[in-house]
Ligand binder design. Sequence first.
Ligand code: PGA
Length: 249
Amino acid sequence: MRKKLVAGNWKMHGGLQANAALLDQIADGLPGVACDVLVCVPFPYLSQVAERLVDSRVALGAQNVSEHAAGAFTGEVSAFMLAELGCSFVIVGHSERRALYGESDLVVAHKCQAVLAAGMQPVLCVGETLAEREAGETLAVVARQLHVVIDCVGVESFARMVVAYEPVWAIGTGLTASPAQAEAVHAAIRLQFAGLDSVVAEGLRILYGGSVKPQNALELFAQSNIDGGLIGGAALVADDFLAICRAAN
Ligand code: PGA
């Protein structure tokens, strides 16, 4: 049995006071939560959040990382730095990074490699745009995005990775993939891995992301290949985030 994981992606939101209040509210609700919980916060707040999460079962993650280990890369942050600050997960290849900052499949693969080398778990995001879905290319796009990373890090590395399926058209739009639409892609992802390594395939946690809310989380998480969620907007409201976590119980 794969233990479910609910991960909050705060994106570029937050502030010292707001973070403290949100984390306190989440801590209050944690006794009712059985799944693994992760918050991925902006770089400047990693130390603040790490300090508040000491002795908590909430894990800390970052939202991006450099593919390089060190050097003249102004403005970039290395995986080693994130690990040193207490991160155990890093979101890699989020569609906003791919679309707005031009991250290619290969760059995403190298970032996964850097995260793994620093002893952390990549949360590798994949997903199709609306145009790709309408052209019937969903499974091919997702398979390609995964293939490039598998080629680079090796399938066995996925024993220490999480995959997040996030249809681009469902992110922040209020449109959610139906449980059946999501499950079809999740099942295809697991099948892709099963063809390479059945043990890795069986253990791989595949999260769904894209307008997950308390109202739709239960039905999504009930699908046999959906192992939790990557939550954007609803992760900023403690009651909603906790309700989604409880839906994964
Ligand atoms: P959303 O974002 O829940 O606001 O749609 C999900 C994500 O981008 O990870």
